[in-house]
Design a protein around this ligand. Structure first.
Ligand code: ATP
Length: 355
């Protein structure tokens, strides 16, 4: 008979589980809030959502896992709630709407304990910094044309701070690019090689407790109108003057060829290793996504690193084929975040996962 580990004893398990109710997992009512809060409740935490009155009906309909709805008139009122949240022993879980709704500064100066490393925010938002992060991680990125460069292939123009592909446009050559830029109002943008291939979004989770990168799920986006152009034969498109656009409408689950999982995982590991050098102390941890385009020669280009939970994980609230391989229970990315907080509490390392 071996010695029973303290964490394995049933008395410890029961009292530890009961103690989780002292913490409230909180997020903004948008993006992947339902997934995050369902996961937190499944792990045993109290839950609360912060939202504007127009969303009250939606979140009240999930009172089976959302304990409190904290209403604010407008998103910019969020800081007024902070002292209340701190009193409740809250832990904020950020998602894709945080910077968009609260702004970068409010996000960074938030005093409520926050799951993740806020230093990553600048590296995610600033396209030049993100590019050097990708290059140092030795991953393939589409060629970027600098100001004044002549383009020699089709390009995609991306404004800074765009969300979900809004406002992007493509140009087949330099002449078309010059024409389109004349009416483009954005000041900060990049001109990038347009990679011909299929977009594939790999979702990962890096645990600073186990030092392991886990593959959570994979999705592709359903973008209007670029995903529908092929439905109309070219000869009928001619008279229409249609411009391809890339606005995300939905996410579609995928299972990729197993042989492609190996390079994707290796890239994810390098992205984490590099982040630990570039972003002092903790680097990137928690959920992140490598947004890729895979070409016909099986080259994987990374177009972006999303350093947080992405909306594509909403396809997998009940777990994915990949999480099924690691966990014997439904494990969404939202639940995985709550599990990490729980494991950190168990090991007395909560500070290691909070900012
Ligand atoms: P989010 O921040 O929500 O992830 P985004 O606004 O940063 O989105 P991207 O994911 O960079 O947008 O790109 C949106 C879409 O544009 C992609 O899904 C893809 O269809 C297309 N796209 C972006 N970059 C390229 C590229 N270099 N070559 C081909 N297509 C591209």
């Amino acid at each position: 008979m071996g010695i029973i580990n303290k964490f394995e004893s049933s008395t410890f398990k029961r009292s530890f589980q009961a103690s989780l109710i002292k913490y409230t997992i909180v997020t903004l009512g948008s993006h992947s809030a339902l997934q995050i809060l369902k996961g937190a409740k499944d792990e045993g935490f109290k839950t609360a959502v912060v939202c504007t009155p127009d969303r009250k009906t939606l979140y009240s309909s999930y009172n089976n896992f959302i304990d409190d709805i904290l209403l604010i008139d407008k998103w910019s009122d969020f800081p007024k709630l902070e002292s209340n949240l701190i009193k409740r022993n809250s832990i904020i879980i950020p998602h894709g709407s945080f910077v968009a709704y609260l702004g970068m500064e409010a996000n960074k100066s938030m005093k409520v304990p926050y799951f993740g490393n806020k230093l990553v925010l600048d590296w995610e938002e600033n396209r030049k910094m993100q590019r050097s992060w990708m290059e140092e991680s030795r991953i393939k990125v589409p060629h970027r044309f600098k100001k004044g460069d002549k383009t020699d292939r089709p390009v995609i123009v991306k404004s800074y701070g765009a969300a979900g592909g809004k406002g992007y446009f493509v140009a087949r050559n330099q002449k078309e690019l010059d024409e389109k830029l004349k009416t483009f109002s954005e000041e900060k943008f990049i001109v990038q090689e347009y990679v011909i291939g299929v977009p594939v979004y790999f979702h990962f989770f890096y645990s600073p407790l186990t030092h392991k990168v886990e593959i959570m799920s994979v999705d592709k986006r359903y973008e209007t109108n670029v995903d529908s152009l092929g439905r109309i034969p070219a000869k009928y498109q001619k008279g229409y003057d249609i411009e391809p656009s890339f606005e995300v409408v939905a996410n579609i689950p995928m299972a990729v060829r197993e042989s492609m999982m190996a390079p994707a995982l290796e890239m994810a590991e390098r992205v984490i290793e590099t982040s630990q050098r570039l972003m002092p102390k903790k680097g990137l941890f928690g959920p992140f996504c490598l947004e890729t385009i895979i070409t016909s020669t099986e080259e994987i280009y990374i177009i972006e690193i999303s350093a947080r939970i992405v909306a594509g994980t909403n396809c997998f609230i009940n777990g994915s084929p990949y999480t099924y391989l690691l966990y014997d229970e439904p494990m969404s990315t939202g639940r995985r975040i709550a599990r990490e907080i729980k494991n950190a509490l168990k090991q007395n390392k909560l500070r290691e996962v909070l900012d």
